[in-house]
Design a protein around this ligand. Structure first.
Ligand code: B12
Ligand code: SF4
Ligand code: SF4
Length: 254
């Protein structure tokens, strides 16, 4: 499904340099990645739009993909378990403090792209029903990490303890992925799967309905702000910086 063009309502046409030499494109892409990190992202990468549109989650899904989106800048923000409030759904706009931080970084990046380079870009919403895209696929295609057996993107530096957001742009940028040299799950006994309180991985693959049962229980248990289950996330040893990471109550009782 094709959506409306990116920022179609903007008064002046895109001034982005459509015909950059490969060298200039690489330099522009490197500047964008550096700026994204500078704005506060923990990780950043670029996925090629045409490939991302046909990734496993996007195939056949009702995603309204902007017709002129050529590249996806993928932002990740680390969510360590010792800072659980980042992930608390507090009823305010943006959902969680972590997601609001990602929204702020994305908005600043969109502004900078426009002002500094004349490049139109759009920060994609979180929910698919609100026009979002599947950001785990974007992160894998951008080379941030690999899809783990916990059904989450596992990164070398932070494991799966990240939250993601995507800025789509009309500029043709140099993709930074996917990468083929990172296989975190090879030979792992999958403590992530064993940690699930709903046995959502009993078949080996993720069972959404079982996971949703836990999400419903978490909602009922926390009227002052919801802390959704993260056991398959926090149970992964990849990128675990310190044993302190295990002190999160979300991990206990698995
Ligand atoms: C809806 C949703 C949910 C729903 C349904 C989840 C589901 N997977 O079906 C519920 C509420 C249950 C949920 C639960 C959780 N979620 Co959630 N969720 C989303 C949301 C909004 C859309 C995901 C979706 O519908 N996917 C579609 C389904 C069909 O895809 P899927 O099950 O993931 O399987 C696909 C991939 O595995 C892919 N795939 C398979 N192999 C390969 C190979 C390659 C190379 C590629 C590219 C892709 C690929 O294809 C599969 C089929 O389409 C995203 C944000 C976003 N906009 O993307 C966050 C998101 C995926 N959730 C996230 C998290 C952290 C969680 C939870 C830990 C809860 C929590 N505390 O936040 C659990 C973890 C459950 C799990 N182990 O997967 C993070 C993941 C971060 C990461 N490190 O990967 C995201 C990205 C949100 C964020 N803020 O960053 N979630
Ligand atoms: S715990 Fe092991 S199997 Fe699970 S995601 Fe991490 S590395 Fe992969
Ligand atoms: S979020 Fe919790 S319930 Fe859902 S799959 Fe992970 S461990 Fe299981």
């Amino acid at each position: 499904m094709t959506g409306p063009p990116l920022l179609a309502s903007l008064p002046r046409p895109w001034r982005g340099k459509a015909r950059l030499t490969p060298g200039a494109r690489r330099r522009l892409s490197a500047q964008i990645l550096a700026k994204t990190l500078d704005l506060g992202a923990s990780l950043a990468g670029i996925a090629y739009g045409a490939t991302l549109r046909t990734s496993p989650s996007h195939r056949g899904a009702a995603v309204r993909w902007p017709a002129d989106a050529r590249s996806a800048v993928v932002l990740a923000l680390v969510h360590r378990s010792r800072n659980p409030d980042l992930d608390r759904w507090d009823g305010q706009k943006g959902g969680t403090p972590g997601n609001r931080a990602l929204i702020r970084i994305s908005a600043a990046l969109v502004h900078w792209l426009r002002q500094r380079h004349g490049i139109l870009a759009h920060s994609m919403p979180y929910q698919i029903a609100q026009g979002g895209i599947f950001v785990k696929d974007a992160a894998v295609m951008a080379g941030l990490g690999a899809l783990g057996r916990n059904n989450l993107v596992v990164t070398p530096a932070f494991g799966p303890r990240i939250r993601l957001r995507v800025v789509l742009t009309r500029a043709r940028l140099a993709p930074t992925g996917p990468r083929y040299d990172f296989e975190p799950c090879a030979g792992c006994a999958a403590p992530c799967q064993a940690a699930c309180p709903q046995a959502a991985f009993r078949s080996g693959a993720y069972d959404r309905q079982r996971c949703l049962r836990q999400m419903a229980a978490d909602q009922a248990a926390a009227p002052e702000g919801i802390r959704y289950c993260r056991r398959c996330e926090l149970g992964c040893p990849v990128g675990m910086p310190a044993a302190a990471d295990f002190e999160d109550p979300g991990h206990r009782g698995s």
